[in-house]
Design a protein around this ligand. Structure first.
Ligand code: SF4
Length: 203
C-alpha cells in the first residue's frame, strides 16, 4: 500500500498550498510557484518527471511545455489516455540558472530530491495509482529510493517497498535533445517503453 500522506495533507489543494510555502531546500526561493501533479485520483497510472520547466513554473501546471507535448503524443501512440492518468514531478519547484534573461534548467541535487520526496509521497498517497512511471533518473531515484541506471532498466517494471510497480523510461526532454535523424527512432523506443503500461487500460 502507498505511504499515508502527512497528517495535514488531505487534498491536492492542501498539497499545493503546502508546497507553495515550502522552503525545505533552496529551489523554492527562486521559482515563481510550486507545481504539483494533475489528473485523476485513483488513476491507473501516475507518471512522474523531474521538476517543472520554465513554462510550467510560469503557468503552474505540469508537462505543458515542449516535453509535455511530446509526452502527450507518446501516450496517445501507446494507447494510454492522458486524461485517465495523473502526471507529476519528483521536485515541486523549478530549478534554473539565469543566462542573460533566459532561465536555463538545472538538475536538482540528491539532497533536493530527498527534501522534496515527502511531498511526492503525499501525492502518491492521495492519488492512489495502480502503478507508476518514472520518467528519467530523478524520478526513478525518488520513486525507488536508490540510483537506477535508466538506459539499462528502461521498459522494465521495478518494485517499490510498498508493492507499487514502477515502469522506468526516459524523460521526454531527453528526446528533444536527440539529433533530428535519430529522433523518430528515439520516439518509437519511448512509445515502446510506455506500451508496457497499456495493459492497465484494457480493463
Ligand atoms: S523543491 Fe520541494 S523541498 Fe524544495 S522548496 Fe520546493 S517543495 Fe520544498
Amino acid at each position: 500500500m502507498p505511504e499515508r500522506p502527512d497528517a495535514g495533507i488531505r487534498t491536492l489543494a492542501q498539497l499545493k498550498a503546502a508546497t507553495l510555502a515550502c522552503r525545505e531546500c533552496p529551489i523554492g526561493e527562486f521559482a515563481t510557484q510550486s507545481v504539483i501533479g494533475e489528473g485523476r485520483l485513483k488513476a491507473r497510472l501516475m507518471l512522474v518527471g523531474e521538476q517543472p520547466g520554465d513554462q510550467e513554473d510560469l503557468q503552474g501546471h505540469p508537462f505543458i511545455g515542449p516535453a509535455g507535448k511530446l509526452l502527450s503524443r507518446a501516450l496517445e501512440a501507446a494507447g494510454i489516455p492522458r486524461e485517465q492518468a495523473f502526471v507529476s514531478n519528483a521536485v515541486k519547484h523549478f530549478k534554473f540558472e539565469l543566462r542573460g534573461k533566459r532561465r536555463i534548467h538545472k538538475s536538482p541535487t540528491q539532497r533536493e530530491i530527498a527534501a522534496c520526496h515527502h511531498w511526492l509521497a503525499d501525492e502518491i498517497a492521495l492519488v492512489q495509482p495502480e502503478a507508476l512511471v518514472a520518467l528519467g533518473a530523478t524520478a526513478a531515484r525518488s520513486l525507488l529510493g536508490r540510483a537506477v541506471p535508466v538506459t539499462a532498466n528502461r521498459g522494465q517494471w521495478l518494485p517499490r517497498e510498498d508493492g507499487l510497480q514502477v515502469l522506468v523510461t526516459l524523460h521526454p526532454s531527453a528526446l528533444l535533445r536527440v539529433d533530428p535523424e535519430g529522433r523518430e527512432a528515439a520516439f518509437e523506443a519511448f512509445v515502446d517503453d510506455l506500451r508496457q503500461a497499456q495493459r492497465l487500460f484494457r480493463r
